[in-house]
Design a protein around this ligand. Structure first.
Ligand code: ARG
Length: 609
């Protein structure tokens, strides 16, 4: 069997968002769930929500997006509670919220509602994930029709009872549904989790306090929220038995791993802040952040095109902390002060503001002569002048890699699957199972040149060779709404694959599917999609029939850890399940795929592939 590369491991490396520096890897968007971060699967070990939750919302990058990148909870008709790290700088000007959604392929059959005001907690700290909470104030949506009703959920003001240790809580989301790799299938899922003692949880993260709630299965893992669930609701029952919002999905190391529970912002600890933030956003407050409108808010927060200001000087402290809100915040880490040689390059954007009397001048530059992925070429140079007029200090920050595989587009070219990946900017391409970063601009393919590619909706990607015969390189011409139309070199990123799968055919209709997990994470929940109808037989003799994918692309079985034992493949282990086709078929050019990225190799009496 051939290994298929999964992105995951790779992602891990790239993405890692580590909370404390120690934590780990996230997929940032990248990998699946590695640490938190970055972004997005769905709920793991849960089930599709049978009931509509009228308070569950999705954050969307703009008015025309069809999928969200974070969850949220409607707590008043025009007020959404979400995570500060979800308020992505890139989207602040265009942020929309999907309400009253039906799940499925295109999440928002409804028109998303515009966000008019955003207030992320001023003390949100991307290093520690403390105060990971934000409020969105929505445009008036009277008259907008939703597919299903939208209605607010009360948030808890009681820091003790609803989320006491051992109590069951429910988390809802559209995030990644697998712990290694990527399943974002547009299905709203929910999972019931036990609340864990903060002290226990702190054994793992070393930085959890009473303003946070931890939940999960400490001993075995298997149930959790994951990338893409961030900002979404953790719900419990109050003393009267009514549902209340108690937590906001914040982070976790990996997803659903044993001894690494999910960490949630404890809403009740921020009840006063929420009340005040809502007043502020309504424009009723004349405080420092009296931002009645988005325009004003942006000015007060100093948002650059490349992120919220990455620097904020804390009064009296001689350091500048990275307090940008959202993913980009994490990408910019202040690494140096009084640097001898400041990086030079083209100025991309700038942002000037005053904080506690300190004048801050921040500039985003694209460094000249640098190599690497596009995001490594941006630096932020911030100069801070103290109120007492003492010498200005200059700080340089460089983006850290943080990539979620959240938004992936993939299609079949004549040379195999081409995947355009990265949560927001589509900065990675996977071609013939090799991961590439988008590099320098390249010449467009010539008219007579061979390209391998395909289009998905209004996006398209063509891979082609450039350079002379000796040093052939790959380039790609990509067209996508988020990046426009570009031709760039593809810089190969080598990594180990961490999942592999194959089917050994015993006859023309039956064989054994084997999945090996070589990653360091336990795999919970995986999904096999084949172009032909099939049935899987589990070790206990029960069988599961494939159901047609909603896209019509094939037939899938989701092996959920919570339901079937084979849904789990522990790190270093393999599973083996029987597979039977409805009828003998021979298809060329298309293969079975696990978690959307791992191609299943066939051996023996080949039927598929
Ligand atoms: N920060 C993640 C996101 O952006 C959520 C991570 C939750 N992780 C967990 N293991 N519970 O979607």
């Amino acid at each position: 069997m051939v290994n298929i590369a999964l992105f995951s491991s790779f992602l891990e490396e790239l993405a890692v968002v580590r909370l404390l520096s120690v934590l780990t890897i996230i997929l940032g968007v990248t990998t699946s769930c590695h640490q938190e971060s970055a972004s997005k699967l769905k709920i793991i070990g849960g089930k599709p929500s049978a009931e509509h939750h009228p308070w569950f919302v999705q954050l969307m990058s703009d008015a025309s997006s069809t999928e969200g990148f974070c969850g949220g909870t409607l707590v008043a008709p025009r007020v959404v509670v979400t995570a500060a790290h979800c308020v992505d700088a890139e989207y602040v000007r265009t942020l929309h919220v999907g309400l009253g959604m039906v799940d499925g392929e295109n999440l928002h059959l409804n028109k998303p509602v515009k966000v008019e005001g955003i207030l992320a907690h001023r003390d949100y700290d991307p290093e520690t994930s403390k105060n990971d909470i934000a409020i969105l104030y929505l445009a008036d949506y009277q008259g907008v029709e939703f597919e299903r009703p939208a209605a607010p959920l009360t948030f808890s003001r009681d820091t003790s009872s609803p989320e006491a240790e051992g109590r069951p809580v429910m988390v809802v989301g559209l995030g990644n549904a697998t712990s290694v790799g990527d399943i974002f299938d547009g299905v709203i899922r929910e999972v019931e989790l036990p609340v864990l003692a903060t002290a226990k949880c702190d054994e793992k993260y070393d930085n959890v306090d009473g303003a946070q709630i931890c939940a999960g299965n400490w001993d075995n893992g298997g149930i959790d929220s994951c990338q893409g669930d961030s900002g979404g609701p953790m719900v419990s029952k109050d003393s009267a038995g009514s549902e209340v919002l108690v937590g906001v999905v914040s982070y976790g190391e990996g997803c659903a791993q044993k001894g690494a529970p999910g960490v949630y912002t404890r809403v009740a600890s921020f009840a006063g802040w929420i009340d005040q933030a809502v007043e502020t956003l309504k424009g009723h407050n004349s405080g420092q952040q009296s931002a009645g409108s988005m325009e004003k808010l942006l000015t007060t927060r100093c948002v650059s095109q490349f992120g919220y200001l990455p620097v904020e000087n804390r009064a009296g402290e001689d350091n500048v902390r990275d307090t940008t809100y959202g993913m980009n915040l994490r990408e910019f880490k202040l690494i140096d002060s009084d640097s001898p040689g400041l990086p030079v390059g083209t100025e991309l954007d700038k942002c000037q503001f005053e904080d506690h009397g300190h004048a801050v001048d921040a500039r985003w530059i694209r460094m000249s002569g640098s190599t690497g992925t596009p995001d490594s070429k941006v630096a932020v140079i911030a100069t801070v002048t103290s109120p007492d007029g003492s010498a200005a200090k200059t700080w340089v920050s460089r983006p850290q890699r943080l990539v979620y595989l959240q938004d992936t587009l993939s299609c079949q070219s004549s040379m195999g699957q081409v995947i355009l990946a990265d949560q927001r900017k589509f900065t990675y391409v996977v071609y013939k199972d090799v991961f590439y970063a988008l590099g320098e601009p390249a010449a467009d393919p010539a008219d007579n040149q061979t390209t391998w590619g395909c289009s998905i909706g209004d996006a398209s990607i063509e891979v082609y060779e450039i350079g002379d015969g000796v040093t052939k390189e790959l380039a790609a011409r990509i067209h996508h709404r988020s990046i426009g139309t570009v031709s760039v070199k593809l810089d190969r990123i080598d990594r180990e694959s961490d999942l592999s799968a194959g089917i050994d055919w015993e006859s023309s209709t039956s064989g054994r599917l084997k999945i090996e997990n070589k990653s360091t994470e336990d795999l919970f929940t995986w999904k096999l999609v084949c172009p032909v109808k099939y049935t899987m037989t589990l070790a206990d003799g029960t069988s599961m029939s494939a159901v047609q994918e909603s896209s019509g692309a094939g037939f899938s079985v989701l092996m959920d850890a919570a339901l079937v034992r084979e849904g789990t493949v522990r790190s270093g282990a393999a599973v083996d399940v029987g597979i039977k086709l409805d009828s003998p078929v021979r298809l060329s050019g298309s293969a079975c795929v696990i978690n959307g990225a791992i191609v299943v190799e066939s051996t023996g009496q080949v039927a598929i592939h």
